[in-house]
Design a protein around this ligand. Structure first.
Ligand code: C2E
Ligand code: MG
Ligand code: MG
Length: 652
């Protein structure tokens, strides 16, 4: 850019200089020609004969003196020098050296020619004489003249562009570069908004940048807020909680101070969503959120971290009593009856409490431990709070380990079914067996189902494990039948397994593929099936029963003790739980046992007593007309081979 500017400036100045030089040359030439014309005229008039020529010397001298550019003047007669104003010049210039050449510029003519010539004409008598007058150029003088304008040119050419360049740079810097730099800085750091610029274009860019950045700034703030706010409730979200905790932990560490980390979960919230719909569930959550916020001491923190899960951080308490008072107040505040779109809803909450630093010194462990404590509160019956303890943690860690190992055991084929006989009370004959699962661990030996079945039921693994049990037991029945040991097998089926959406499909397939004799299969269910999902329960039980399979109600008397379902559901056998058998010899125990047996007879159901360990118990059962018993008195649950041996050698 600068180079182009410089080149243009140089071109303009050179052109100017050349024109100027030519013009000056023209003026010099003109004065020489004028002088020549004047001198030839004067001399033509004055000279009358050759003799007077020499007397013109003075005129010629004067002409030489008055014109700086004339070094000498010759008067020639043909090629003889008649007069010369300077005897040093005594060579007559040739024709080529005379000024005439019109192809040359005035400057070149002055510089490269030696002089100009004119003619003096006079009459001597009747004869016209002609003499030649030659002005010899004073090249030094001419050169001196141009030398001056050349140095002027150099000054203009050299300094002016530098000056122009310099001032252009200054102008560019202050008018364009600096404002642009300010804009750049603003674009990157937005530290200070640049003031209005003088250049219109820059000013347009500046003001649009300022507008854009202030809009971006607002959007960023909005995004920041959104990224930290829970949309539904307007409370802080998990991101905000993490940030808050990191700060609080740093402060508490510094001040050596405790705080309480509460994990609050609304009890049975899923049921509200399922029964009343998500919009009502959402509305309830909004109201509950506002209520929690309202009852919290102003400096304490609450965030919604999941569907119906809240985290509350309390640090304004002196004693644990004070802390539990606040927790109570929070729980009480949401335990009200809520009316959402005319629906009265009763809720309660379970709270787990972890204390910093005792139960955790960083965010993850505090969340984890308060969560563990919250689940314990749920387990203990909900609507309460529970403090995290190390024992609880160990229990939970054990459960996690058990969960993992239990699943792996299925992959590793470590489960086995044991079989326990069911004996006819009156005849002592074995009329069937119950299949009872065992986990044969290579490291821990035989593990009782009491250890892992409750966990499998809780976390849903029972569905997969139950499939295995059904398959194993059904094929065992077929194998025994082939061996001539055609015995009925009772199989325990968990509530979760029965209510699984694929149960009917899988069970039908199994029956079809195995072609088992359905009368040799019995399903044992527990009263927990009747707690919820009534229509579904009824359906699945009819589905089983309609296939010709008998149904036993296990652990009768220990669970959901409504007798109405006995009439409603297709149940063939009542299994009296062991705890009643243990009490058979007390008046209350005996009344209970007798009542159940009578009721079974009335409802046309068989009755079987579990956990029978003594002859006396069998005698008693005989006396009250109980059909069947199961218990160690006859046999413990046995592995397949042992049972086969037991059965074939069994002697009534
Ligand atoms: P349950 O179905 O009520 O089984 C009877 C339990 O009482 C068995 O315990 C059995 O060994 C025990 N028992 C039988 N007679 C006596 C006795 O005379 N004295 C004493 N003290 N106990 C006796 P087990 O095998 O430990 O099973 C416990 C529970 O685990 C079962 O109770 C059942 O609810 C569950 N379970 C076992 N196997 C399976 C299975 O394959 N699937 C499912 N879903 N649950 C199973
Ligand atoms: Mg059972
Ligand atoms: Mg039982």
């Amino acid at each position: 850019m600068v180079f182009i500017l410089l080149s243009i400036a140089a071109l303009i100045l050179t052109k100017q200089y050349l024109e100027q030089r030519e013009e000056t040359s023209f003026i010099i030439s003109k004065t020489l020609q004028d002088d020549m014309a004047e001198l030839t005229y004067i001399l033509s008039k004055n000279i009358t004969k050759d003799a007077t020529i020499r007397s013109s010397h003075a005129i010629l001298d004067r002409a030489t003196l008055t014109n700086d550019y004339i070094a000498a003047i010759f008067v020639l007669d043909d090629n003889d020098i008649l007069i010369t104003t300077d005897p040093h010049y005594n060579t007559i210039p040739s024709m080529e050296e005379i000024y005439h050449d019109e192809t040359l510029s005035f400057y070149d003519r002055l510089l490269f020619k030696k002089g100009i010539e004119g003619y003096i004409r006079f009459y001597q008598g009747e004869t016209l004489h002609q003499l030649k007058l030659i002005f010899i150029f004073d090249h030094d003088e001419i050169e001196k003249h141009f030398q001056k304008s050349r140095s002027n040119f150099v000054i203009y050419f050299g300094l002016l562009p530098i000056l122009i360049l310099f001032s252009s740079l200054i102008i560019i810097r202050y008018v364009i570069s600096l404002p642009l730099e300010k804009l750049r800085q603003f674009a990157y750091y937005q530290t200070s908004i640049p003031k209005a610029f003088k250049l219109k274009e820059l000013e347009a860019i500046r003001s649009s940048m300022v507008q854009t950045f202030s809009r971006l700034d607002e959007e960023q703030k909005e995004l920041y807020k959104m990224a930290r706010t829970d949309r539904l409730s307007g409370l802080a979200n998990r991101n905000a909680l993490n940030e808050y905790l990191e700060r609080l932990i740093a402060d508490s560490l510094h001040a050596n101070q405790e705080f309480a980390f509460l994990f609050l979960d609304i009890d049975h919230f899923k049921a509200i969503n399922d029964e009343l719909g998500n919009p009502i569930g959402d509305e309830l959550l909004k109201k509950v959120s506002a209520k929690i916020k309202a009852v919290l001491p102003s400096n304490d923190f609450v965030a919604r971290v999941g569907g119906d899960e809240f985290v509350i951080v309390l640090h304004q308490y002196e004693t644990l009593t004070e802390l539990t008072t606040i927790v109570d107040r929070i729980q009480q505040s949401i335990q009200d009856q809520w009316i959402i779109e005319n629906n009265p809803i009763n809720i309660s909450s379970s709270v787990g409490i972890a204390l910093y630093p005792k139960d955790g010194v960083e965010v993850t462990s505090l969340i984890q431990h308060s969560n563990i404590a919250m689940y314990e509160a749920k387990k203990k019956g909900r609507a309460q709070y529970y403090f995290f303890t190390d024992d609880l943690n160990t229990k939970v860690q054990d459960t996690i380990a058990l969960d993992k190992a239990m699943r792996q055991a299925l992959e590793d084929d470590e489960y086995e079914l044991y079989y326990q006989p069911k004996t006819d009370v009156q005849t002592g004959a074995i009329e069937g067996v119950e299949a009872l699962i065992r986990w044969i661990s290579p490291t821990h030996g035989v593990i009782s189902p009491a250890i892992f079945i409750p966990l499998a039921e809780e976390n849903g693994f029972i569905v997969k494990l139950g499939d295995w049990v059904l398959q194993e037991a059904i094929y065992q029945q077929i194998k025994w039948k082939e061996k001539g040991l055609d015995i009925q097998i009772s199989i325990n089926v968990a509530t979760k397994q029965l209510l699984d959406s694929n149960f009917e499909y899988k069970f039908t397939n199994l029956l079809q593929e195995s072609r088992v004799d359905v009368s040799k299969i019995k399903i044992e269910i527990t009263e927990y099936l009747f707690l919820e999902h009534n229509n579904k329960n009824l359906h699945v039980l009819h589905f089983i029963h309609d296939k010709g399979i008998e149904i036993s109600l296990d652990d009768f008397g220990t669970g959901y003790s409504s007798l109405s379902y006995l009439k409603k559901f297709p149940i063939d056998t009542l299994k009296i739980d062991k705890i009643f058998m243990d009490d058979y010899n007390t008046p209350e125990g005996a009344i209970f046992l007798e009542t159940i047996v009578k009721m079974g007879q009335t409802l046309n159901m068989k009755v079987i007593a579990e956990g029978v360990e003594s002859k006396e118990q069998v005698e008693y059962l005989k006396s009250i007309d109980c059909n069947t018993y199961q218990g160690f008195y006859c046999s413990k649950p046995l592995p397949v081979k042992d049972f086969e041996l037991f059965y074939t050698t069994y002697d009534i």
